[in-house]
Write a new protein. Structure first.
Length: 381
């Protein structure tokens, strides 16, 4: 928690976590300023007669969230602002989301949004309206820490992200790309509060947000087709690992590695998506056991304080939000003559002690040591 008397901006979504964060900071004696990102520009049309988007963080119902935030801030004498970031969000997150899917990868838009929108464009927007603040706070379940000794043998002690007390709600995977210089002014007041306690405190305080359904997804899946209707989908072949054609797919952007449902292909065993070949517009299907891998190559790495390790090391690695972290050996990867991938900086090879299911290009491999993020990159293959 920031000290009493601090001026803090709280990123508010209308959910219970960010609302309670603002209340706790107000009660502590901080000058609290609420800020909400406006991301919706209406280019995706709402389905008539359906209740949608309340379980997603992006959608046409954001005016309901904003109205709720305004009421809360007015009732608690908190200054409140709405920052329009819809254009930046479309260009930075939505276009990336579509581009990655069409390239046969499975992106994580929340990681990109946190890095460039919530902890980037939002803070710039606050500064543009001449608001000076000591700390930026959100309702994420995470913690900002600093090492007692220099990182990787250096004398630098950059701010780093550590796991929250409530492991079941830990959100550090989404935050791994935040630079250490931004973390200097970031605080997560719910770091040591369990989710059950959050609801209990919020209900006792009579917060309207305590009765709301929590957002679970980036976008309601029923709107996926609308998001991609700027270009026609290109059907292609489902094939097995030997190249035999098994059926037709409706376009590679509709599938992800590990997917089983919605394939429309029957066989002697259940099929799963093993690989998406964008260059040939083919999707490889296989039985579940054939989706286990013991290693991966990742690039586009970020490291706390931009301090990259020099040597091989071990860490716990998380390959998707809902997967358990697994012990692995991490070493620099040198591409051979047959590897024609255009890497973004130094790629690394991650080798697991045990096979991992459905390692997915486009997702992130996040590295942990003692529950602290020590780096992370995007999975290539």
């Amino acid at each position: 928690m920031p000290p009493a008397g601090s001026t803090v901006v709280v990123g508010m979504s209308g959910g219970v976590d960010s609302t309670l964060t603002a209340l706790l900071l107000k009660q502590k004696g901080c000058k609290v300023i609420g800020a909400t990102m406006s991301l919706w520009d209406g280019h995706i049309k709402e389905l008539e007669g359906e209740k949608v988007f309340f379980d997603a963080c992006y959608g046409p119902k954001e005016d309901v969230d904003i109205a709720e935030c305004k009421r809360f801030c007015a009732e608690n004498d908190i200054e409140y602002h709405v920052i329009d970031l819809s254009k930046t969000f479309n260009e930075t997150v939505l276009d990336y989301f579509k581009r990655e899917y069409r390239a046969g990868r499975t992106p994580n838009p929340c990681i990109r949004c946190n890095r460039f929108i919530k902890f980037g464009a939002l803070l710039e927007g606050i500064k543009k309206i001449d608001i000076d603040f000591d700390y930026f706070c959100t309702g994420h379940y995470a913690m900002v820490v600093r090492p007692e000794e220099g990182l990787w043998g250096s004398d630098k002690k950059p701010c780093m992200i550590a796991c929250a007390s409530d492991e079941t709600k830990d959100q550090t995977y989404f935050l791994y790309r935040l630079p250490s210089e931004i973390l200097e002014k970031v605080r997560f007041p719910l770091a040591n509060v369990r989710k059950s306690e959050v609801f209990e405190i919020a209900k006792k305080a009579g917060l309207e947000a305590a009765t709301r359904k929590e957002s679970q997804d980036f976008i309601d899946s029923r709107y996926f087709d609308q998001l991609f209707d700027d270009k026609p989908s290109i059907p292609g072949d489902f094939i097995d690992i030997n190249g035999k054609v098994l059926g037709k797919h409706k376009g590679i952007e509709h599938y992800t590695v590990g997917q089983r449902r919605g394939l429309g292909v029957s066989g002697p065993v259940p099929y799963y998506v093993k690989e998406i070949k964008a260059e040939t517009n083919q999707i490889v299907l296989a039985e579940k056991s054939e989706l286990n891998s013991t290693s991966l190559i990742a690039d586009d790495f970020v490291w706390p304080g931009d301090l990259e390790p020099n040597d091989i090391f071990e860490a716990m690695v998380k390959i998707r939000l809902r997967s358990k972290s697994a012990i692995a050996t991490i070493e620099k990867y040198t591409p051979d003559a047959d590897d024609n991938h255009n890497y973004k900086g130094q790629p690394w090879k991650i080798t697991f002690n045990q096979g991992q299911f459905a390692i997915t290009p486009g997702q992130s491999a996040v590295l942990y040591k003692d529950n602290v993020i020590i780096g992370g990159g995007v999975i290539v293959r």
